[in-house]
Design a protein around this ligand. Structure first.
Ligand code: SF4
Length: 362
């Protein structure tokens, strides 16, 4: 009897002890992860405030807080390079620097954006396939889809440097590829500056359309309507290319980029009136995937990050940079983005942007 009671008591003791051990273990794990988070954020803060001059340039953001409410960076355009192999006369994001962030820093910024609410990232330039022959871009695309699990990852490119190998390596991680094409007449493309020697921009467009279908990437076309293409009828070609979206922009002037003394381009001769833009839209009104963007709609309705991960504020007709999100965080930098969230929704900025939801007949 005594022996039985003793055994039962020992069992109870062991049970309670093991429970406590489990709880103790849980507490230890919790403490460890909290400590890790603390260390990580302290490290982040140190690098945010320890200004490494020359590496991340200081922004020239306006000092006043431009809006009281916080903006949600649902859809972000990251122009990680300004370098390009084309010379479009109206280009409004020109090669003013050759800077590109190191890969790990760019990834850190993208993680910060995701934590702040980003759902869609668009990589643009310059020409995004130029840097490191598209490998840098591919790694970011893969990181955003596989690690960050963003619903939508897209690219805007002139298409001239894309190889099939890239689709093989990274196509599965890309939702949408938008190719810039302003004309189906090669002479007009040459006048605009879209093209490189003997390479035919239009033939290349068809090749990319096929690869998008083969590798299951949604295909989109962007066109800038300007003085040289405003009379063109693109109905037939657009219908046969059958993009998921055809974005049609009105040529836009931005001081310091394509207008004014410090600009690398003089786009004044490309500019068209609102009436001419409307006429072009009217001629193509039968195309259901056409998404028009007048200057008014476009100017402030994009969240643009430059090569230093600074938001660019276009409200004053030029691109005023915030401080880098890597230095001050997303919440602080976005106050200086000049972003018109209402116009973003009004212009249909949020749409079905994940290829999983597009239900395409590839
Ligand atoms: S392809 Fe795009 S980035 Fe390059 S020059 Fe033309 S508009 Fe500018």
């Amino acid at each position: 009897m005594w022996l039985l009671t003793l055994t039962a008591f020992a069992e109870k003791l062991l049970y309670v002890f093991s429970l406590q051990l489990t709880s103790l273990w849980k507490i230890l794990i919790h403490l460890y992860s909290s400590f890790g988070t603390l260390l990580w954020s302290a490290g982040g803060k140190r690098s945010q405030h320890g200004k490494k001059r020359g590496e991340i340039r200081e922004g020239t953001a306006r000092e006043e807080d431009v809006s009281g409410h916080s903006v949600n960076p649902v859809s972000v355009n990251y122009h990680f390079t300004r370098q390009c192999n084309y010379k479009c006369g109206f280009c409004f994001h020109t090669a003013k620097t050759s800077f590109v962030l190191p890969l790990e820093k760019a990834k850190r910024g993208l993680l910060m954006l995701k934590e702040a609410g980003m759902e869609k990232i668009n990589f643009s330039g310059g020409e995004p396939f130029l840097h490191d022959r598209g490998e840098f871009l591919g790694k970011l695309v893969k990181f955003c889809k596989k690690d960050l699990k963003l619903p939508s990852v897209s690219i805007v490119s002139n298409g001239s440097l894309i190889r099939e190998r890239w689709f093989k390596d990274y196509g599965e991680y890309l939702d949408i590829l938008a190719i810039s094409c302003d004309s189906f007449d090669e002479q007009i493309n040459a006048l605009i500056g879209r093209g490189q020697g003997k390479k035919n921009h239009v033939e290349n467009l068809w090749k990319l359309r096929r690869w998008c279908a083969d590798y299951k990437v949604a295909f989109k076309i962007n066109s800038v309507i300007n003085r040289f293409n405003m009379e063109e009828d693109m109905n037939e070609q657009i219908q046969s290319l059958n993009p998921v979206r055809w974005k049609v922009f009105q040529c836009l002037l931005i001081e310091g980029e394509n207008a004014g003394q410090e600009a690398l381009r003089e786009a004044e001769k490309f500019v068209i009136s609102d009436e001419d833009f409307e006429k072009f839209l009217d001629r193509h009104k039968g195309i259901s995937c056409l998404v028009p963007e007048s200057n008014k709609k476009m100017k402030d309705s994009y969240l643009i990050l430059d090569e230093y991960m600074r938001f660019l504020d276009c409200t004053r007709g030029r691109k005023d940079p915030s401080k880098s999100i890597l230095d001050v965080g997303v919440e602080e930098a976005i106050k200086f983005s000049g972003f018109d969230e209402k116009m973003f929704f009004k212009r249909g900025g949020k749409y079905v942007w994940s290829k999983a939801d597009l239900k395409l007949d590839w």
